[in-house]
Write a new protein. Structure first.
Length: 300
């Protein structure tokens, strides 16, 4: 097992908060990895060292942190991850000037055999920071949820989730999971419509404004919006709003994110503008919707 420990500090003026949930009392042998431990942590500071044969994957669920790996300092914002190779010491601290505790998941694992996903473990420089453009936070939340269930399906579910997490991390390391910079191919109208819908659906939390979609696809916004309305009988703006609201409803139902965090992730200018747009579509405020349909209590 890796030699990790959590050190929680509470600087002056910061609200005391923190937990360190360890889920495993035994190692799970999966098809591609040995899963040794998963931690769900909320603290201001944590440090440790990976052992000789274990890799450590750290995903920042909320807050912004500074991570020192073997003395090299890197910044790890919300929804980014870092892959730490064996025998590396690390220290994670809440970013300077931040009054919020950080919440992150750590996965301790080692590869099995020389085939399959083992190449991902060899990639990177030992302390690789990866920007999550693929919505991996949901995979980590699913992992945490499955570890709390722990029934006769858990082995199969863990195998699927860990494989997906490792593959997605590998793709992001190679740049495969990043949003495309631009598409040179010329589409007919049906194909352009399909590519537009696909891009919005896959990158809904990465889109600041719809001009970004047109730029990626290589068309003017006026032409793209004209084609979209002609083919779909709904405006591009209306479709984007609908998809944002569907994502917001899904996250509110899961109870895993605060309303403020959802508002920020969906690029609303303020929680007020998000609440106004949400109520216009659903007839409920986000707080009311989360109270009615969410798994947890609302938290603004």
């Amino acid at each position: 097992m890796s030699l990790t420990r959590t050190v929680t500090a509470y600087p002056a003026g910061k609200v005391v908060a923190g937990f360190d949930k360890r889920f495993l009392d035994r190692t799970f042998r999966l098809s591609q990895v040995l899963l040794h431990q998963v931690h769900d942590r909320c603290c201001y500071e944590s440090e440790g060292r990976s052992s000789a044969d274990e890799h450590l994957l750290i995903y920042m669920l909320s807050g912004n942190a500074d991570v020192a790996v073997e003395g090299k300092l890197v910044h790890l914002p919300h929804r980014q991850l870092i892959w730490i190779k064996p025998c590396y010491s690390y220290q994670i601290t809440a970013a300077e000037k931040s009054n919020k505790a950080i919440r992150f998941v750590t996965v301790e694992m080692s590869p099995v055999g020389k085939q399959g996903l083992e190449a991902v473990f060899r990639a990177g420089d030992g302390h690789q920071v990866i920007c999550d453009t693929a919505g991996m936070d949901e995979l980590f939340f699913e992992l945490i949820n499955e570890l709390q269930i722990q029934d006769h399906y858990t082995q199969t579910m863990l195998d699927s989730l860990l494989n997906r997490i490792i593959v997605q991390a590998g793709r992001l390391l190679e740049g495969v999971g990043s949003p495309p910079k631009g598409i040179e191919k010329t589409f007919n109208k049906k194909e352009l419509l399909y590519q537009t819908v696909q891009y919005i659906d896959q990158h809904i939390e990465k889109i600041d404004e719809l001009g970004q979609v047109a730029e990626v696809l290589g068309y003017s916004y006026s032409y793209l919006s004209h084609v979209f309305r002609a083919e779909m009988s709904v405006s591009l703006q209306a479709y984007w709003v609908q998809r944002r609201m569907m994502r917001a409803m899904s996250r509110l139902q899961s109870g895993r994110s605060s309303i403020t965090q959802i508002s920020e992730d969906l690029h609303y200018q303020s929680i007020h503008s998000f609440s106004k747009a949400f109520k216009k579509v659903t007839s409920f405020t986000p707080t009311e919707y989360q109270s009615l349909y969410g798994k947890g209590r609302s938290n603004e």
